[in-house]
Design a protein around this ligand. Structure first.
Ligand code: PEP
Length: 251
């Protein structure tokens, strides 16, 4: 049985005061939630204050990116051990906004995954096609290639910690959501590809989240699909009430 995992990706939003308010609110609403793993991914600048509020709750902390080197002359970058030191247990890698605006490549994401695993972080690895790729019909090939390259030479030891986020780029921040059927088709494809890389047993234990305008109104129908093991939520995670509703999707 795969434990569902719901993540809130705050992107470049919230200064310390707002961030602390949101997690204090989340703490009250879902601080002791069971049966689902909950993670918030605030910007680097507020990881410290957010960690203090989340301490002792069942809500995990993650970062939105990291660099693959451990330390050294890499101005502006942050490494896996630095995130661990701040109390992070998760890190989003290869988000489409990083691929699109900051030139991230599958090769770089692959290096980051290896470093994250070495330092005990759970990488949330994002894959997904653009609207153009979807319309051209190349979307399955694109997701297959992203996964193959991102997961290249990754030891199956510890790989069960990896979480994949299937996020069709056309659904991110647009209000458009993949239908549960379309999402399930892609999630089951992702699982088949994972089985090719890691074998069936490991593939069956890896969580595959859906991302793309997930909200309280659509989370239930998405979560009913057999290969959808949670959601990576952007916009709707900025507000404690809507994020808590997503986390408690069964109620
Ligand atoms: C995301 O940023 O990963 C995301 C899915 O955003 P949104 O929920 O706003 O579409």
């Amino acid at each position: 049985m795969r434990k569902p995992i719901i993540g809130g990706n705050w992107k470049m939003n919230k200064t310390a005061r707002d961030a602390v308010q949101v997690v204090q609110d989340l703490r009250k609403r879902i601080g002791g939630v069971e049966g689902v793993e909950v993670v918030v991914f605030p910007p680097f600048t507020v990881l410290g204050p957010v960690e203090k509020v989340l301490k002792g709750t069942s809500i995990g902390l993650g970062a939105q990116n990291m660099y693959w080197e451990t330390e050294g002359p890499y101005t502006g970058e942050i490494s896996a051990p630095m995130l661990v030191d701040l109390g992070c247990r998760y890190v989003i890698l290869g988000h489409s906004e990083r691929r699109q605006y900051f030139g991230e490549t599958d090769d770089g994401i692959n290096r980051k995954i290896k470093s994250a695993l070495t330092f005990g972080l759970t990488p949330v690895v994002c894959v997904g096609e653009t609207l153009k790729q979807r319309e051209e019909g190349s979307f399955k090939r694109i997701v297959e290639s992203q996964l193959e390259l991102c997961l290249k030479d990754i030891d199956s030891q510890g790989a069960d910690r990896i979480v994949i986020a299937y996020e069709p780029v056309w659904a991110i921040g647009t209000g458009l959501t993949a239908s549960p059927q379309h999402a399930e088709e892609m999630h089951s494809l992702v699982r088949k590809l994972l089985a090719k890389v890691f074998g069936k047993d490991l593939a069956d234990s890896i969580r595959v989240q859906y991302g793309g305008s997930a909200k309280p109104e659509n989370i239930g129908e998405l979560m009913r699909e057999p290969d959808i093991d949670g959601a990576l939520v952007g916009g709707a995670s900025l507000d404690a009430s809507s994020f808590a509703k997503i986390v408690k999707y069964e109620e």
